[in-house]
Write a protein that binds this ligand. Structure first.
Ligand code: ATP
Length: 355
């Protein structure tokens, strides 16, 4: 409202992207992207009367809203690709051109705010939003930027949408151009790990015949992590990334980690985790081991992500015990003590375990 009411006369302003999509789906968007044409973003930012930071080199300004959220003001752009997968050449453009360069029709919807408020649906995004379809704006879209395939897989999983048939059929021609889009594929990979169920995103890519974009292997452990997250458990990003890396054959992991710039500690976790080393593992590393070895984790009662009420195998491993029959016997012994009411708290059980 503030931006709309105080906009300079010639400015054409529209809310774009995920915020419009999510609002139409009944979700509450927090990141607001607003595109400006016919006026300079800095001028619009100044008129708004709100606090802002500006980034003239990108034609952007970030406004701080009274509710603590942020609103990004972006100069309307046009862009073209000199070769498939290349970084686009960008120039000032109209609102229409700005919408035409977007990835999917549901992301090309806009709420125009000035001179009047109206929904701009220039690419039939509204009907695709209703039908749960992800459709590119033109057949060369994936070829221009193969990282859009990954954006599509993230959205498909997050929103429960399908890739429209003709869009799907453009994937094979786009894959050979992935190497030139490596930088964007790298950022998309990190965003996959920010999604709630990354295993499902990789599986979706596989279903679309696009697994070669990242070339992962067996997804079983990663899908196990998805399950934990669906049940509301906390599984940190590092654990997911380590499990993804683990899906590759051992001989390839080093090279894969280097290609996608996986942090050193994540890369090395497989070597760090040896029986007897559990005491030195932090939470995400421990979880990594549990998800890779669910049978053992269950056997020692360590696949537990909520705070303990009684001593389980996990605490015993943390005390430095090795997996094995002794650990099983100690668990049995503690169970007897509980049943005989010889211990009545977690602390007492720990004490008994130590002695
Ligand atoms: P979310 O932030 O919820 O994942 P979003 O759609 O806002 O969703 P952003 O990455 O913030 O995602 O991108 C904002 C908008 O910019 C998108 O809605 C899309 O219209 C456009 N966009 C982003 N990346 C691309 C791309 N590679 N090609 C074309 N358009 C893109």
């Amino acid at each position: 409202e503030t931006v709309r009411e105080n906009a300079p006369g010639a400015a054409k302003i529209m809310l774009v992207g995920g915020a419009v999509r999510d609002a139409l789906l009944g979700k509450h968007p927090t990141d607001l992207d607003v595109v400006v044409s016919g006026a300079d973003v800095i001028e619009v930012a100044e008129h708004s009367g709100l606090n802002f930071k500006c980034y003239p080199q990108y034609g952007n300004a970030t406004l701080s809203l009274p509710n603590g959220n942020h609103l990004d003001l972006i100069q309307a752009r046009d862009e073209y690709y000199t070769f498939p997968g290349a970084s686009p050449t960008v120039m000032k453009g109209t609102l229409e051109q700005d919408l035409a360069r977007r990835d999917f029709t549901i992301n090309a919807l806009a709420l125009q705010l000035t001179p009047e408020v109206r929904l701009l649906d220039l690419h039939d995004g509204l009907s695709d939003l209703g039908a749960g379809l992800l459709r590119v704006l033109h057949p060369l879209s994936f070829m221009e930027d193969p990282s859009r395939i990954v954006r599509g897989a993230r959205l498909a999983v997050r929103l429960g949408f399908r890739l429209e048939e003709r869009t799907l059929s453009t994937i094979p021609d786009a894959l050979p151009h992935a190497a030139s889009a490596i930088k964007r594929l790298k950022s998309e990979l990190m965003l996959v790990f920010q999604e709630r169920t990354p295993g499902a995103v990789f599986e979706t890519l596989k279903g679309w015949g696009a697994e070669e974009l990242y070339g992962f292997g067996d997804l079983t452990a990663l899908k196990r992590a998805d399950e934990e997250r669906r049940r509301g458990e906390h599984v940190p990003t590092e654990t997911l990334m380590a499990l993804w890396l683990h899906s590759f054959p051992e001989s390839e992991r080093k090279q894969v980690a280097r290609k996608w710039q996986i942090p050193k500690r994540t890369r090395e976790v497989a070597d760090l985790i040896q029986p007897g080393n559990f005491g030195r593992m932090n939470d995400w590393e421990f979880l990594y081991w549990c998800l890779l070895n669910p049978e053992q984790a269950r056997e020692y009662e360590v696949l537990r992500l909520t705070p303990p009420r009684q001593v389980t195998g996990r605490e015993l491993l943390e005390l430095g015990m090795k997996p094995g029959s002794q650990l099983g016997q100690l668990l049995e012994h503690l169970k007897n003590l509980r049943e005989e009411e010889k211990v009545s708290s977690f602390e007492e059980e720990m004490q008994a375990a130590k002695t």
